[in-house]
Design a protein around this ligand. Structure first.
Ligand code: CUA
Length: 329
């Protein structure tokens, strides 16, 4: 083999390995941990297997034809006709039929409704996810806790544009449409944290519309519900207490709810337990004191185009509000 040929092969191998390595960091539909994604992955492997088989057969025939063609030429015979009928009509028809049947049974299996499922309402908004649990007095944002081995019914709607709810390891994509609730039924089979994302371009910060599914044992989930159904505790310091007062009287309360106080706005995320969440701005930045401070000061510097305006509070009021939010566990 020539040196150029070797270089080309080594480039392809290196590039392929690099791609494979990148794939490891992001969620893959083939790393299935949900009832729905498992069905989808199974179908994918069947399609992949059949495609590989067809490729190998066709490629071998091409090589064989090249080799044979060099040796001699001959006229078409009855055998060639039969070969075309089998290879060109019968085999593809059988393969497509098998795929068609499996695709239909998979589609039916993954869209099976259940009236006993745990309902989780998810509202897509530019650019975050409003999450609530009907009848359980829990409302949160971008972090969806669910129990494992339990059928979950995600009820999906939007208040503005079309989004798409996608947790690759758990289920396929489902459109999130204004005025048209869509339903996704899924059972998560293993505890863990699964990354979700918006899979439909929805404006400037579409790429920062991530979320998390936190799958826990049923006991842990019930404890989480109990904690999060409570209003947040009273502020523990004087500064935080002042922050609560400022929050209630300022624009903050016009958009955000903190249960147990008079702040009851609904156009922004519920902040009752904001300090217990792992990220700010739908997975834009980690929820650290420094980032929280930056966010309250001017969210646009972390997430340009976001609806929340910059803070107009005095320095002291600003400090107290940040201190207050940090205690919302
Ligand atoms: Cu919401 Cu893209």
């Amino acid at each position: 083999m020539t040196r150029a040929g070797l270089a080309r092969i080594s480039f392809v191998v290196t590039f392929g390995l690099a791609l494979a390595a990148c794939g490891g960091a992001s969620p893959s539909t083939l790393h299935a941990e949900g009832s729905e994604s498992r069905e989808v992955a199974r179908l994918w492997w069947l399609m992949f297997g059949l495609a590989v088989a067809v490729y190998v057969v066709v490629a071998s025939l091409i090589v064989w034809a090249i080799v044979r063609g060099r040796r001699r030429t001959r006229r078409a015979t009855f055998n060639d006709d039969k070969f075309i009928w089998i290879g060109g009509v019968i085999a593809p028809a059988i393969i497509l039929l098998v795929l068609g049947v499996f695709t239909m049974t998979t589609s039916n299996a993954i869209r099976e409704p259940s009236s006993r499922a745990l309902v989780v309402k998810v509202v897509g908004r530019q650019w975050w996810w409003d999450v609530s649990y009907p009848g359980r007095n829990v409302r949160t944002a971008n972090e969806i806790h669910v129990p494992v081995h339990t059928k979950i019914h995600f009820e999906l709607t939007s208040t503005d544009v079309i989004h798409s709810f996608w947790v690759p390891e758990i289920a396929g994509k489902e459109d999130v449409i204004p005025g048209q609730p869509n339903h996704l039924y899924v059972t998560v089979e293993k505890t863990g944290t699964y990354r979700g994302l918006c899979a439909e371009y929805c404006g400037l910060q579409h790429a920062h519309m991530g979320f998390e599914i936190v799958a826990e044992s049923p006991g842990d989930f019930e404890r989480w519900v109990q904690t999060n159904a409570q209003p947040a505790q009273e502020p523990v310091s004087d500064l935080a207490e002042r922050g609560q007062l400022v929050f209630r009287r300022s624009d903050c309360a016009g958009c955000h709810t903190i249960r147990g106080t008079t702040a009851a706005g609904t156009s922004g995320p519920d902040l009752t337990h904001v300090a217990s969440r792992s990220t700010i701005g739908a997975e834009t930045v980690e929820n650290t004191p420094a980032n929280l401070r930056k966010w309250v000061e001017n969210p646009d510097q972390l997430k340009p185009g976001v609806e929340m305006p910059p803070s107009v509070l005095s320095h002291d009021d600003f400090e107290s509000v940040v201190a207050y939010l940090e205690t919302r566990k």
